[in-house]
Design a protein around this ligand. Sequence first.
Ligand SMILES: [Ca+2]
Length: 103
Amino acid sequence: MSPNHPDKYLNSMACEWIIDLGPGYDITITFHKFNLEMSDDCSFDWLTVQAGNTPDSPEVAKVCGDVLPPDMTTRGPMRIVFQTDTDNEFEGFHVTWLAHGKD
Ligand SMILES: [Ca+2]
């Protein structure tokens, strides 16, 4: 969940979540609520999902606005980053995750 959800998130935040159960697991996230400041290139407030556990991991998606994103799955660990700019706060997001063994 974004900080303060379901109340508004704060300005100038950078949050990171790493879901890492080791290489034997895939991770799927499901969005239940999603409302971030909208911009064409998601440069104001945004959430990114990366396949891996480091800042250099490949990006799966970068999302903003108020359209509920689809489920997303990574093979192995997932890194989620939420960043906001200096004005216009919204209610943020609520995400749950599941791990699946590869067997
Ligand atoms: Ca903002």
